[in-house]
Design a binder for this molecule. Structure first.
Ligand code: FES
Length: 112
């Protein structure tokens, strides 16, 4: 596996909904948050439900299932008594394409 791992063209990233990307280690979500390309897990740390339809606000990612909110950039859960934080990793951009380092990809896929 190359390091970093190529993901998607920057112009494919949304600011309202994440894009699911299958990597060699598993599926992750990618999106633009405050103009920065980021990756986060495909499953919510609360009950492992899919984040494919998560809502992106300027400073938070909202899970569609129980509406827990994870703050950008550190993934702090605003409902922390019931849930861990969401791993959020900033992506590298080269020639209009997004890349993620293998160590960061491991954290995103593991969810911690
Ligand atoms: S599964 Fe995401 S908030 Fe419950």
């Amino acid at each position: 596996m190359p390091d970093p791992v190529a993901l998607v063209p920057l112009d494919r990233l949304g600011t309202m909904l994440p894009t699911g990307v299958m990597t060699p280690l598993g599926e992750i979500m990618v999106a633009l948050m405050k103009g920065s390309p980021v990756a986060f897990p495909a499953r919510c740390p609360h009950k492992e439900e899919s984040l494919r339809h998560a809502v992106l606000m300027e400073d938070r990612i909202i899970c569609p299932h129980h509406h827990y909110e994870f703050l950008f950039p550190d993934g702090t859960c605003r409902n922390a008594r019931r849930c861990g934080n969401l791993v959020i990793e900033t992506l590298e951009v080269r020639d209009g394409h997004c890349y993620i380092r293998v160590d960061a990809l491991n954290r995103v896929v593991r969810g911690h």
